[in-house]
Design a protein around this ligand. Structure first.
Ligand SMILES: [Zn+2]
Length: 250
């Protein structure tokens, strides 16, 4: 896949902020024509969340703040959904709305502060799977992940909860996804390539893992340094899709 396609198809492209010279991601950003990054991404305190919205009797679809690296709900295992009711369906509607506002290809419930096992995705795929959907209580089966170093041109990944940054990571090329839709009907489908990557990324969120937790050493160090520079790694930080600047320049 070429860089231009990469830019269109993944939510991943923004110049890495900071002054570290000759980082691979920086090169990618520059070559692909993305403007220079900020030093850090503006964040706001986690003063508004879903529970607050519901307390206020808000049952309309709502764009919700996206949690940032350090918010505890992102870093612990989410719990199984046990009831398929209107509250769940409202949550799903809000997740679609928030994902759209964030120009995301996927969003997991912990990213809006809800520790439940579900994610939504929106990605035109080659696998005959609907372009957007929700998977509740997902189980993934993966093909073997290559042990080779990730290619910084081909395997670049980003996350709305680590906004504005992106790093290379190997993923399985194929996955089978089993789970349920928002009404409790069983789902079972296969995905390949970028779509498979997105699904693995979202699934990881439900186990309290961000892609940053999977990076090989050299990128992991960079990412953690960057998080520190951005003031992340503490509870209570979010950004607001549609209000704050798009972290990936879309
Ligand atoms: Zn993510």
């Amino acid at each position: 896949m070429g860089l231009a396609q990469l830019a269109e198809r993944l939510v991943v492209v923004q110049e890495v902020a900071g002054s570290t010279p000759v980082a691979h991601p920086t090169e990618i950003g520059s070559r692909a024509g993305f403007h220079k990054g900020r030093t850090g991404y503006p964040v706001r305190p986690f003063v508004f969340n879903r529970a607050t919205a519901l307390d206020e009797g808000n049952t309309e679809m709502t764009v919700l703040p996206v949690t940032i690296w350090g918010e505890p709900v992102l870093h612990r295992r989410a719990s199984e959904v046990e009831v398929f009711d209107d509250e769940l369906r409202t949550l799903i509607a809000d997740m679609f709305e928030t994902n759209d506002a964030a120009n995301g290809v996927g969003l997991a419930a912990p990213q809006i502060g809800v520790g439940k096992r579900l994610f939504v995705y929106k990605y035109a795929n080659d696998d005959d799977v609907p372009e957007q959907g929700v998977v509740v209580n997902p189980v993934l089966t993966l093909s073997k992940v290559s042990g080779a170093l990730p290619d910084p041109d081909e395997h670049v990944e980003g996350c709305l909860s680590f906004p504005g940054e992106y790093y290379p990571l190997q993923r399985a090329e194929w996955t089978r996804v089993q789970g349920f839709d928002g009404d409790g009907n069983p789902l079972d489908f296969e995905a390949t390539g970028w779509f498979a990557r997105i699904l693995q990324h979202e699934f990881d969120h439900l186990d309290g893992k961000l892609y940053v937790n999977r990076l090989v050493d050299r990128y992991s160090k960079k990412a953690l340094k960057q998080a520190k520079r951005n003031g992340w790694g503490v509870p209570g930080l979010t950004w607001m899709p549609g209000v704050d600047p798009d972290p990936f320049g879309h």
